[in-house]
Ligand binder design. Structure first.
Ligand code: GAP
Length: 503
C-alpha cells in the first residue's frame, strides 16, 4: 500500500484528512473524522491508564497552550529550538537541510551543524530538486509560533512547542499540593505547535499535533535504583545502542545487561515499561519495534540520556513515535533562573533540599495513531476488503449490531432491544445493505465483533457473534451476550469457548 493509498483509505473511512480542505488545505494541519477521533481517544485513554498507574504519585494535569515568552527563554527553546534550512538560490524552494541530505545519501543526518551541512551538500553536489540551481548556505530557523496578546500594551507569547514546559512551570505548586513527595509524576495530553519547515507524511510531521507526556520529578541521587527493578531485570529489551549502529537490527539485551553497560536503573526500568506498553497493550509486532539510542550530536539539547521509540512503518520505514529523555535539572533550574521562583524543594524521604531531576516519557499521539492504522492494515484479497486488526480497546467500535433484514418489524424490534442492552458501550447499529456488505464495512472500521440477529433469534433467543479476524461465528443466548462479550474484550475468554460454534 502506498502512502497515497493509505491517505485515501484514512479519509474515505473518516480517520483523518487535511484540515481546511474546502479552501485547499493548510500544509501541516489535519483533522480527525468520526472514526479517527474515537481511535485517538482510545489511545489516549489506554496511555493514561497504563502510565498513570506506574506509581500512586503520578497525576494528570490540563494546561494552557499559549505560554509566556519567558517560559521559552528559561527552557532554552528561544535559542536552541531551531532547524537547519536550505533555500534555493533561484526559486522559492526551501527544505530541512538534514532531510535533503538524508534523502540523497540514505543515512541519518540529524544534529549535524549548519556549517557541516553546507559542506556536505556542496561535496555531494546536491542542487534544488525543483529548478536544479545551487542551494544557498544552510541557515537556521526557530520553529516556535510567536503570538501577540491583547490590545494596546501587548504581551509576547508563544504556542508551546512541547507539552513538557507546562508541568515544569506547575511543578512547585503541584509538589506542595501533593504533600512534598518524590518521585512525583505530572502527565499531560495536549497540543504542541511547531512551524515545521517541511511537514510531510500525513499526520507524522504536522505543525499542530498532540503529545502525551509524563514528567517524572525525582531525587537525582536515586537514579541508580528503582523499587521494582528486580522484577524486570531479566526482561529482554530490543535496543539499538550507539555501538550497534552498523546494522538496522536491534539487539536483545536484558535490563540488567543495560545497567552493566552504564545506564541507570531508574532509566532502564522505564525503557522496560515503555516496551511492555507497545508489546502487551498496543500489541505491536516485536520485529516492528526498537529503542534507538541517540549520540551526543543527535540528542535534544536538554537531554543527558535519550532513546527514541521507533516503529517500522510501511512505506516510510523506521519512525520515531516517542522518546525516553533524562532531562536532568535543565528545565527546573532554567525556570528558577528566569522566574526567580526557588525550585529547591524539601524531599521528605531523604531529608534533603534539592532541585529534582526529570525523566520524561514522551509520545506523539498522532504518530502512534498513524502506526496503529498502518501496522494493523490488511488488504485481504480473499475477502475483497480491508481489515483493520486493531486490538480490543483501541478499535473505534468494539461491536456492531446487525438485524438480518430491515423490513421485518418483529426482527427489527428484537435487534433494537438487543442493541439497547449495550447503549453507552462502543457499538453501533447498522441495517443498510446485505449482511456481507455490513461485515466488510465493519472490518474496514476495525470492529472487533459483529452481532447478527436473524429469524432464528425470534425462536431461540440467541444471536450470532462473528470474529473480525477469523470470520468464525458462534451462537450465544441473548441473556449471556453481555457477559460473553465483556470477557472476550478483556481477553478472559477465547472466542472458541463461547456458545455453539457455527463455523
Ligand atoms: N517533550 C519532548 C519532546 O517534545 P520531541 O522528540 O521533540 O520531544 C516528542 O517530540 C514526540 O512528539 C516525538 O517522538 C513525536 O512522536 C512527536 N512529534 C514531534 N514533532 C512532531 C510533528 N511535527 N508532528 C507530529 N508529531 C510530532
Amino acid at each position: 500500500m502506498s502512502l497515497s493509498e493509505f491517505a485515501s483509505f484514512c479519509k474515505k473511512k473518516g480517520f483523518f484528512y487535511p484540515s481546511s480542505e474546502i479552501y485547499g488545505g493548510l500544509s501541516g494541519f489535519y483533522d480527525y473524522g468520526h472514526l479517527g477521533t474515537r481511535l485517538k481517544h482510545n489511545f489516549e485513554n489506554i496511555w493514561r491508564k497504563y502510565f498513570l498507574s506506574l506509581d500512586d504519585n503520578y497525576h494528570e494535569i490540563e494546561t494552557a497552550n499559549i505560554m509566556h515568552s519567558n517560559v521559552f527563554k528559561a527552557s532554552g527553546h528561544l535559542d536552541h529550538f531551531i532547524d537547519p534550512i536550505v533555500n534555493c538560490s533561484k526559486c522559492d524552494f526551501a527544505d530541512r537541510a538534514d532531510h535533503v541530505l538524508e534523502k540523497a545519501l540514505n543515512k541519518r543526518a540529524e544534529g549535524i551543524s549548519s556549517e557541516q551541512l553546507t559542506q556536505e551538500i556542496k561535496k555531494n553536489k546536491l542542487n534544488c530538486p525543483r529548478c536544479g540551481s545551487l542551494f544557498k548556505p544552510v541557515s537556521v530557523m526557530n520553529m516556535m509560533f510567536p503570538l501577540t496578546i491583547g490590545v494596546g500594551k501587548t504581551t509576547q507569547a508563544y504556542l508551546r512547542p512541547e507539552t513538557a514546559q507546562s508541568p515544569y512551570v506547575n511543578f512547585k505548586l503541584q509538589y506542595e499540593l501533593l504533600r512534598n513527595k518524590l518521585p512525583l509524576g505530572l502527565a499531560l495530553i495536549g497540543r504542541a505547535y511547531r512551524n515545521e519547515i517541511s511537514p510531510r507524511n500525513l499526520i507524522l510531521r504536522q505543525r499542530e499535533f498532540t503529545q502525551a507526556e509524563l514528567q517524572i520529578f525525582f531525587n537525582p541521587a536515586k537514579i541508580t535504583e528503582h523499587k521494582h527493578f528486580d522484577l524486570i531485570q531479566n526482561y529482554k529489551l530490543k535496543a539499538l545502542l550507539i555501538e550497534d549502529r552498523k546494522g538496522d537490527l536491534a539487539v536483545e539485551r536484558t535490563a540488567g545487561e543495560l545497567v552493566k553497560l552504564g545506564l541507570p536503573k531508574f532509566y532502564v526500568y522505564h525503557l522496560v515499561k515503555i516496551q511492555q506498553f507497545y508489546f502487551d497493550i498496543l500489541k505491536i509486532p516485536e520485529n516492528k519495534f526498537r529503542l534507538y539510542q541517540l549520540n551526543d550530536q543527535e540528542k535534544a539539547f536538554y537531554n543527558k540520556y535519550h532513546f527514541d521509540l521507533e516503529l517500522g512503518l510501511n512505506d516510510v520505514g523506521w519512525t520515531e513515535v516517542g522518546g525516553l529523555h533524562y532531562r536532568t535539572d535543565h528545565d527546573l533550574s532554567g525556570h528558577q533562573n528566569v522566574s526567580k521562583e526557588n525550585m529547591n524543594v524539601f524531599d521528605e524521604e531523604s531529608g534533603q533540599k534539592l532541585i529534582p531531576h526529570v525523566l520524561e516519557l514522551s509520545f506523539g499521539v498522532d504518530r502512534n495513531v498513524y502506526a496503529l492504522l498502518d501496522l494493523n492494515y490488511e488488504d485481504n484479497k480473499e475477502r475483497g476488503n480491508v481489515i483493520l486488526h486493531l486490538p480490543e480497546d483501541l478499535a473505534p467500535y468494539g461491536y456492531a449490531f446487525f438485524p438480518l433484514v430491515k423490513n421485518n418489524p418483529e426482527l427489527l424490534a428484537k435487534a433494537e432491544r438487543v442493541y439497547r442492552l449495550f447503549s453507552g458501550h462502543d457499538c453501533y447499529f447498522d441495517v443498510s445493505g446485505s449482511v456481507g456488505r455490513r461485515y466488510a464495512r465493519a472490518d474496514e472500521m476495525g470492529v472487533n465483533y459483529c452481532i447478527t440477529i436473524d429469524f432464528d433469534s425470534l425462536q431461540d433467543d440467541s444471536v450470532t457473534i462473528r470474529d473480525r479476524d477469523t470470520t468464525k461465528q458462534v451462537r450465544v443466548k441473548i441473556e449471556d451476550l453481555k457477559t460473553d462479550l465483556m470477557l472476550l474484550m478483556a481477553g478472559q475468554r477465547k472466542f472458541e469457548e463461547l456458545g455453539k460454534q457455527i463455523r
